[in-house]
Design a protein around this ligand. Structure first.
Ligand code: GLN
Length: 290
């Protein structure tokens, strides 16, 4: 009885494999070539996977301690429109806030946004806050203290001056009294300008107010907030692009605790997904281009 069942099963197996062969015969050459290729590709894939598994950084499935509690605490400085500003409801709003909320959604964690002075954000990462999103430029100096995500925006410093100002080139900034937001790349630029008197403010808007009051002769600040501030005083202020002064372009990124590759992978993965699915561009339109 047993033998008979085995025989029946074997017959079935043989029939099935014959049928499979027959099915292939019509386009035998192309199909088998394709099959060989797929096999090759599969082998290659397996090889790369193995190689990746050997890399010490690729701890597949590792979850960052900063995400494991289900809450991502994010520091920002809501004085930097259109990237972050105080919303009408008293909570930070803006492009960066929408972006980090979308990232949190992708990662399945709640995002809690807290407000800090820009100058204290970097030192608070990994202790008071998990990460920071604040139109923050990737710099070598900051990289000593934090890691940066893939960058999500390219910017440059602008120079805001009174409409009747004669300032037009890098040489014109020498020896002038200049305003900036403390601890920003605009601040670092002023520190390198020969003879310049550096007036550092906690908020960029305060520097702009002192420009209006003739306490400083120019304000150096990122292009997008410069446009927002100037637009509030179109009759009094004008903007000159940093390109005219030889300033370098800057890249904004999310600042994260140093060495947490699981967190970096998660955030970069979410950012890539948001770019691929159109969410990122929608936010650019909504907050920056409108
Ligand atoms: N991008 C500038 C910097 O990183 C300014 C950022 C800001 O003021 N929020 O220093």
């Amino acid at each position: 009885m047993k033998k008979k069942i085995m025989a029946l099963i074997m017959a079935g197996v043989i029939a099935a494999s014959l049928a499979a062969c027959g099915g292939n015969s019509g386009a035998a050459s192309t199909d088998s070539a394709a099959e060989e290729k797929t096999e090759e590709a599969a082998e290659e894939e397996a090889a790369t996977e193995e190689a990746a598994a050997e890399e010490p950084t690729a701890e597949a499935g590792a979850v960052s301690e900063y995400l494991a509690d289900g809450v991502l605490t994010v520091g920002t400085n809501p004085e930097f429109p259109p990237f972050e500003y105080m919303g009408d409801d008293g909570n930070p709003d803006g492009f960066d806030i929408a972006l980090i909320n979308a990232i949190g959604e992708k990662l399945g964690v709640d995002v809690v946004v807290e407000s800090y002075n820009f100058n204290s954000l970097v030192e608070s990462i990994g202790s008071k806050i998990d990460v920071s999103i604040a139109g923050m430029t990737v710099t070598e100096e900051r990289k000593q203290a934090v890691d940066f995500s893939d960058s999500y925006y390219e910017a440059i410093q602008s120079v805001i001056v009174k409409k009747d100002s004669a300032i037009a080139s890098a040489d014109d900034l020498k020896g002038k009294s200049l305003g900036c937001q403390l601890g920003t790349t605009g601040d670092f630029i002023i520190q390198d300008i020969e003879g310049a008197e550096n007036h550092q403010y906690d908020r960029g808007v305060d520097a702009v107010n002192d420009l209006l009051n003739d306490k400083v002769e120019a304000v150096i600040i990122d292009r997008n907030p410069a446009a927002v501030f100037q637009a509030q005083y179109p009759d009094d202020l004008k903007i000159i692009s940093g390109e005219d002064f030889g300033f370098e372009t800057e890249l904004y990124a999310i600042a994260m605790p140093k060495g947490d590759t699981a967190l970096a992978d998660a955030i970069n993965g979410a950012l890539a997904e948001l770019k691929a699915d159109g969410t990122f561009d929608k936010l650019v339109e909504e907050y920056i281009n409108e």
